[in-house]
Design a protein around this ligand. Sequence first.
Ligand code: ASP
Length: 324
Amino acid sequence: MTGWRPVIVVASANGEVGMDAAWAILERGGSALDAVEAGVREVEDNAEDHTVGYGGYPNLLGEVELDASIMDGSTRAAGAVGALRGYRHAISVARAVMERLPHVLVVGDGAARLASELGLAREELLTAKARDTWRNGLDRSPSDAGGDGSLVERVQSVIGDIFDPELARQASGTHPAPGGTVNFLALDREGHLASAVSTSGWAWKFPGRLGDSPLIGAGNYCDDRYGAAACTGWGELTTRACTARMVVAGLASGQTLPEACGAALADLKGLEPGEPGGRGYVNLVAIDRSGRHLAASTKEGTEYVWRSDGMDRAERSPRSLVVA
Ligand code: ASP
């Protein structure tokens, strides 16, 4: 490719800690794929972010299970891991699935085996702070009012057999808001796009639950010919609607970014049963092949971060499209 081309990186707001790392790669002419991985790794290292990587909130049993995916827009190759335990850089394991295995998605013990064979350091991902929040959340659960013992007691009494129709639902509805994920999208000087998503998923989830983040087409999609999109929020909705793929398919059919993102979010209407707990929202970040970008949400007041040529630092902005 000849001539100067603009570069851009866009992330969910919690990606702010990774923007410098991603930008440094793009600015020196590195690949979008390297940039999104580097950005996500910084977030996975951030113990204060309880929705991604080290320090993430655990599942119902107190185990941190990570999901991540990465996609190369130049080839539409993709890699993902789900329910990965014991390794903080889920995004790098996802990249290894893409580049070293003839597969797209590897989960559980298989994902941990791959991480180990890659030489990554095994560690406990549950920090003391996240453990306290997990236990407090269980203690404060709605079942306390029901006189059947606290949820933490119930969980402890049934470890090994935790299925109770109400248990996972009640536990995951506890304070604080159980969601969160990081998205990174980038366009490099060669005109290639890449997208990356990493999460500890829905806190207090049923063990083994996968959200949209490791599912190509649901929480992450990228195609150099048209654009890229990634989601945060209630993965059960975007999984059912293939939301990220729908945005890119909209761009492919000639829609503008606002049209494509608006249609994808509008398509979620009617899927939400209206549960309490604030999970009923979805956020999107998207870029097109020219580097135009848009961040959208089904609720007011959410932000994202972005940086393109001519900016001396990443900017935090409100998501400009709201499809309530
Ligand atoms: N989308 C993530 C999931 O469903 C959670 C979130 O972003 O809030 O696992």
